[in-house]
Design a protein around this ligand. Structure first.
Ligand code: ATP
Ligand code: MG
Length: 267
């Protein structure tokens, strides 16, 4: 892009731009991929009211990086990350996430897999209104069976990392939208999941807080054996991506690597 690209915090990936291929997944790429989708589709509803939200997604996302999904409203971004995170079932196609074929899991297995492997930041936060910030952030640990005081201590440490150490006892209703967003991000990271999925994580944040959150997500991505997938409309954070997947009308239309990805087409 621009001046922002020159100050990009992470830019080890080669600057290339290549059209997506639909080559079959090899065993080598399976090992290295956090996510591998082939002809993935999702249809909401049936017959004349059916909505074809995903229309044959081909996508590989590597372990150890931060990938972004961009594209116009309604193109299927939230649907795609919900399928990747095991929140929604696919309609057809293949989807392997962290080595797990999502089509092979029963509903209870999927719930357990999600509990242990996934942190999700929802577009609309989904905080529990009657729980304090620290209790909200502790939920994934409590669900995993971690003792209450240890879970709250872990949540407090994570809230400190997102700059909310001073609001541990606040209820969501007492927090600004940006602060609620940061509680949601702390909740997604607190149990060190291998897949972190964030739906518009900076949309409610001012520029400086958004940059701080992206630095934190970058740090998490750099920890190695995990993957972060961030849905965004916010061009100011493209510089943090290792890979940008452009979506349109239920398909991935282009994959860009490194900070050259910082200038995708219209959103
Ligand atoms: N539960 C649902 N039932 C029926 N259709 C749905 C449902 N959820 C999403 N859709 C439709 O699926 C398509 C993709 O929606 P999705 O929310 O994935 O888009 P998006 O790219 O995340 O959009 P935005 O940027 O506005 O958040 C849209 O046409 C949407 O109306
Ligand atoms: Mg969405």
């Amino acid at each position: 892009m621009n001046s922002a690209a020159t100050s990009a915090p992470v830019t080890s990936a080669p600057i290339t731009s290549a059209p997506i291929t639909s080559a079959p997944t090899t065993s080598a790429t399976k090992t290295l991929s956090a996510i591998s989708c082939r002809r993935l589709s999702k249809v909401y509803g049936a017959s004349e009211t059916a909505v074809h939200a995903l229309r044959g997604i081909d996508l590989d996302i590597p372990l150890g990086g931060l990938s972004m999904l961009v594209g116009p409203s309604g193109c299927g971004k939230t649907t795609l990350i919900s399928v990747l995170a095991g929140i929604l079932d696919k309609t057809a196609g293949d989807c392997v996430v962290l080595g797990q074929d999502m089509g092979n899991l029963s509903a209870p297995q999927k719930t357990r897999w999600r509990r242990d492997q996934v942190g999700f930041v929802f577009q609309s936060f989904h905080l529990m209104p009657t729980l304090t910030a620290v209790e909200n952030a502790a939920i994934p640990l409590l669900i995993q069976g971690v003792g209450r005081s240890k879970a709250l201590a872990g949540a407090a440490a994570m809230l400190n990392r997102v700059g909310l150490g001073h609001r541990l006892s606040s209820l969501p209703g007492e927090l600004s939208g940006g602060q609620q967003q940061r509680v949601a991000i702390a909740r997604a990271l607190v149990h060190s999941p291998r897949l972190v999925v964030c739906d518009e994580p900076t949309s409610a944040l001012d520029h400086e807080t958004g940059q701080q959150i992206m630095l934190l997500l970058r740090e998490v991505a750099n920890e190695g054996d995990r993957a972060l997938v961030v849905v965004t409309h916010d061009s100011r954070i493209f510089e943090y991506a290792d890979l940008i997947a452009q979506m349109d009308d239920g398909r991935v239309t282009e994959i860009r690597q490194g900070i050259a990805a910082a200038a995708p087409g219209p959103l």
